[in-house]
Design a protein around this ligand. Structure first.
Ligand code: AMP
Ligand code: TRP
Length: 336
């Protein structure tokens, strides 16, 4: 049995990168391996690491939970909960772990460098310590597997490193070293405007990404106007080399249709983008529209979501509490 944990930040509308790189894999995993224990967190304490006046944290948390449920995370099979509802435990473990995290390692985190930008001196301690909180999110449940997109690999390596430092320091195999699960064809979905940049919430052009809340017309328009090159589609996967936009669209198609890139290439070899794009757009709408519709229904009356989050938080707490108690015992804190 695996204990799976993952999370997303309630800072924005989810996009196709979040769906294909993470959420869809969570759903597939939940359905393929019913014996696993699944914990899906809305990481609201991470969402506040970058200041944002416009963010309504409560509403954004419900929206992410709605996206999880609408995409197929079943609250009967997976605990869905806000991080802050178990925040006393996550934050406490974070402190304990912070005492065994080398700043030299934090300095190498590329996400911090990207987010802090040129003005790193003004970045908050929370943004810097973000990966330690993420390690605590995982280790507080002693999760065995963490399904994420490729961009989170470095953070997971740090979490493994911190877990192993704890185990060495206290000479006890207490923390499981969590395994990253980087799954599916689309571990890194790229921008529709530039195939060398990651599809992201922060890119200024909305045309660069497909949001889970986009209407079918918007999806079709974004795909129609997606950047391509003048050549027809190649007849081998190797033929995608040096053609980042073509590679990205093929990858999206493959992931969405549960196919390999080879299978998609076999179907579209030699075809023009003018033929491929409408197919990609129909497929995207077919998969995304039901999720969007279900999200709307769920958000129309938040009582169901709130009940699911409350229930999920109770489950999460019941797993985390004894683990934190044991960590404190191992470290030798007074127990009374
Ligand atoms: P974030 O947007 O950083 O909260 O990411 C939530 C999840 O989506 C993480 O597992 C990320 O790795 C994944 N993710 C975000 N952007 C992409 C992308 N462009 N391609 C693939 N996965 C992504
Ligand atoms: N850092 C992750 C992201 O931006 C979100 C996250 C926070 C997370 N805690 C986590 C993912 C624990 C997996 C496990 O995508």
């Amino acid at each position: 049995m695996k204990r799976i944990l993952s999370g997303m930040q309630p800072t924005y509308q989810l996009h196709l990168g979040n769906y294909l790189g993470a959420l869809k894999n969570w759903v597939d995993l939940q359905n393929a391996e019913p014996e696993n224990e699944n914990l899906y967190c809305v990481v609201d304490m991470h969402a506040i690491t970058v200041p944002n006046d416009k963010l309504n944290l409560e509403q954004a948390t419900r929206e992410i939970a709605a996206a999880y449920i609408a995409a197929g995370i079943d609250p009967k099979k997976s605990a869905i909960f806000p991080q802050s509802a178990v925040g006393d435990l996550h934050a406490q473990l974070m402190w304990l772990l912070a005492t065994m995290t080398q700043i030299g390692k934090l300095n190498r985190m590329t996400q911090f460098k990207d987010k802090a930008g040129k003005n790193a001196e003004k970045a908050g301690l929370g943004l810097y310590a973000y990966p330690v909180l993420m390690a605590a999110d995982i280790l507080i449940y002693n999760a065995t597997h963490v399904p994420v997109g490729e961009d989170q690999k470095q953070h997971l390596e740090l979490a493994r490193d911190i877990a192993s430092t704890f185990n060495h320091r206290f000479d006890k195999e207490f923390f499981t070293l969590p395994e990253p699960m980087i799954m599916g064809a689309a571990t890194r979905v790229m921008s529709l405007r530039d195939g060398t940049q990651k599809m992201s919430k922060s890119a200024e052009s909305d045309m660069s990404r497909i949001n889970l809340t986009d209407t079918p017309e918007m999806i079709a328009d974004k795909i129609k106007r997606a950047k391509t090159d003048p050549n027809p589609l190649p007849d081998t996967v190797e033929g995608l080399e040096g053609r980042p936009e073509a590679a990205n669209l093929i990858t999206i198609y493959a992931a969405m249709n549960n196919q390999t890139k080879e299978q998609v290439i076999a179907e579209f070899a030699g075809k023009q983008f003018s033929e491929f794009k409408p197919k990609l757009s129909d497929l995207t709408v077919e998969k995304i529209a039901p999720i969007t519709a279900r999200m709307r229904e769920l958000l129309a009356d938040v009582s169901e979501i709130d009940a699911i989050l409350k229930d999920g938080a109770e489950k999460a707490r019941s797993v985390a509490e004894p683990i934190l108690t044991e960590v404190k015992d191992i470290m030798g804190f007074w127990r009374g």
